[in-house]
Design a protein around this ligand. Structure first.
Ligand code: PGA
Length: 256
């Protein structure tokens, strides 16, 4: 079964809505139909940019996908500052990142919060990009596979196999994020393989085969091809390198 690769740009807390429009216009110019036939490409801007990005993409009928970086576990109510899956679905978000290590660290998001956010995304028809990954300390003790599998099991607790079909997993070793220390292609592949094996076990081989598994952590145009060579690696979640449209477009065109 062939899985369509996904290259997603996580802008983090960068680019205002005017800058977002300029970046999306450049991407629309640089990435063409031939690319979109081969690869799904998505931008994941801050909340304040999403409406502008949606308007441009819909108005110009661009094939670029978009999503959000977080969502509330709740659909509405007295949760000052939070944004719900209902709101993101109304904006046409295809994806929402859940469980990014920066949210786990700076917002104390534990596995049970991540699980409730995965459920909220699915309940609103949005595909979660579920992030998992180990710290340098865990890897130094060879605990990375056990750690990632335990994050995965907790995040997917109570999720049906049919729902797993909508999920994308991003393996993002914390030591590789924003550091310039990209994982070796072998490390990315072996973890992706372990993740797929776990999903095949829990949700069935067919769903395991369909699942898209991304690698994230210091991906650049110079390293994307070797990362994508791994049989179980189906794309990349790109942070820093997604802020510069020419560089992000080069990454999205890895297949050429
Ligand atoms: P990076 O970030 O590409 O800047 O390392 C990746 C991510 O955090 O999604």
């Amino acid at each position: 079964m062939s899985r369509k690769p996904l290259i997603a740009g996580n802008w983090k807390m960068n680019l205002n809505h005017l800058e977002a429009i300029a970046v999306v216009q450049k991407l629309a110019f640089l990435i063409d139909d031939k690319d979109f036939e081969a690869v799904d490409v998505a931008v994941i801007p801050p909340f304040t940019d999403i409406r502008s990005v949606q308007t441009l993409i819909d108005g110009d009928r661009l094939r670029l996908l978009f999503g959000a970086q977080d969502l509330s576990p709740k659909n509405s109510g007295a949760f000052t500052g939070d944004i719900s899956g209902v709101m993101l679905a109304k904006l046409g978000c295809t994806f929402v990142i859940v469980g990014h290590s920066e949210r786990r660290e700076h917002h104390n998001e534990d596995d049970s919060i991540v699980n409730s956010k995965v459920k909220a995304a699915l309940a609103n028809g949005i595909s979660p990009i579920l992030c998992v990954g180990e710290s340098a300390a865990i890897r130094a003790e060879n605990g990375e596979v056990a750690h990632v599998i335990s994050q995965l099991k907790a995040a997917l607790s109570g999720i049906t196999p049919a729902q797993v079909k909508k999920i994308v997993i991003a393996y993002e070793p914390i030591w590789a994020i924003g550091t310039g220390n990209v994982a070796t292609p072998e490390d990315a592949q072996s973890m992706a393989q372990a993740i797929r094996a776990q999903i095949s076990k829990s949700a069935g081989a067919e769903i395991g085969e369909r699942l898209r598994i991304l690698y994230g952590g210091s991906v650049k145009s110079g390293t994307i091809r070797e990362i994508m060579a791994g049989a179980d690696v189906d794309g990349a979640l790109v942070g820093g390198a997604s802020l510069e449209p020419e560089e992000f477009a080069r990454i999205a065109k890895f297949h050429r």
